[in-house]
Ligand binder design. Sequence first.
Ligand SMILES: [Zn+2]
Length: 127
Amino acid sequence: MKIVEKKCPNCGASLDFKVGERDIVCSHCRRKFAVKYDGVDFAKLSADEVNSLKDVNIDLKPFRNFFITAAIIFVIVSALSITLFVGIFVFIASKVKSAADEQFQQTVQDNQEWIDQQSKYRTLNNF
Ligand SMILES: [Zn+2]
């Protein structure tokens, strides 16, 4: 079997593959790549079957940088937390406001009743 030689997509140094390797680190730039063999699952093949294979194409996918992944997760979590926090704040604020409005309406109503009673009393007593 011949594995088609690949060069590091990052720095261009040639990469040495061992059959069945799932990932490879470039010895020159230390970049890590996931190895995808074109249609071949080496885990399911015997040594003879591997040896009988002809050319195998290799596809390299760079592993996403850990810090970029961590930064993306951090941004998403922060955005969700802020949204949740603002949502809870708005909810509590609206509850407080409606309770205050209700209390104000009650006070207005009480005052109106008191004024009405006062005017009835004045009318009855002529003053
Ligand atoms: Zn490299």
